[in-house]
Design a binder for this molecule. Sequence first.
Ligand code: ADP
Ligand code: MG
Length: 348
Amino acid sequence: MALKNLGIIGGGQLGSMMSSAAKKLDIRTVIYSDDKDAPAQNFCDEFIFGGYDDKQKILKFISKVDVISYEFENIPYETLNEMNKLKPVLPKPSVNRLIQHRIAEKDFVNKLNIRTTRYVSIEKKSDIETLADFLPGILKTTTMGYDGKGQYPIKRVEDIKSLDIDFSKGYILEKLVKLKKEISVIVTRYGNNNFEIYDPIENTHQDQILKYSIIPAEISKKILDQSKDWAIIIAEELKYIGTLCVEFFIDRNENLYVNEIAPRVHNSGHLTINAYNVSQFESHVRAVCSLEKIPLKKLSNAKMVNLIGKQIEPYRKDLKLGKNEFFFDYLKKEIKEKRKMGHITTLI
Ligand code: ADP
Ligand code: MG
């Protein structure tokens, strides 16, 4: 039976686009966010502002929905787990707990015999002194990172002298991959061996933030098949319900590595709104609300450009779009450097 009231934790652009997709399917959305200016309040049916530890408000949120999903992974596991006792949380909280920790995530992927970058846990600065083998590398916080936040490139052991970071949090050191390309694969799983998968998307980052996504990805048949197979294995192993994205690296020797898993809809999939019969957001809503699965069909090749910080301004002032161009303004109140403000998708 279809679940008609969808609760979404998090009120950014992903929550907005999920809400728009739900509206089309006649599903009511209630968004819970700890940001009173959360832009998704412009797109959902009801908005609840509250902290992730505010039991009263969370209970109110739960009482209004049939099923709960989320747009970002850094929600305390305990919060999701408590919610899940009252209404189903999808993807399930244990998936989120695993993936929000970079080391647990990579251990899980390696156990499936799927390649990741080489990595090691770091507890204190001096740990790095004996790890020249992992350099050049990137030191990352094990939790809470996104858009390159909490990441520190380390070329040589001497570089750690000038590192001024708080090691009371956990860190991971990853060997730098000599990148040829980055791709992502988005899959929506509805149940056992029941999924729909989008073709790989080629991604370009600037300052560790996604800037361009394009389909089709220019990759070999071998990489295409392997990346899709790995994404499916990961989704099946997690018994995942909903849309999931796997980010991959391809190195100069044509080796494929899983970079990270996003247990949610993903920025690189924004182009699916215009380029596919069913977007990643609609697929997600269909899977978590027990609606019918619709087979995917690509309608067009496409390119997406993220508008970061001030790059949104000219488009807000004077919008001139060709007939194959689609502009999305996330309606964030404040323009901040490195903040994703909107995007443009062009069908090509
Ligand atoms: P975030 O959670 O911020 O997305 P990622 O681990 O995906 O963190 O890193 C962001 C980007 O930084 C990647 O998409 C890639 O461009 C670059 N990067 C991160 N780790 C590595 C690595 N080990 N080797 C090469 N590039 C990397
Ligand atoms: Mg990433």
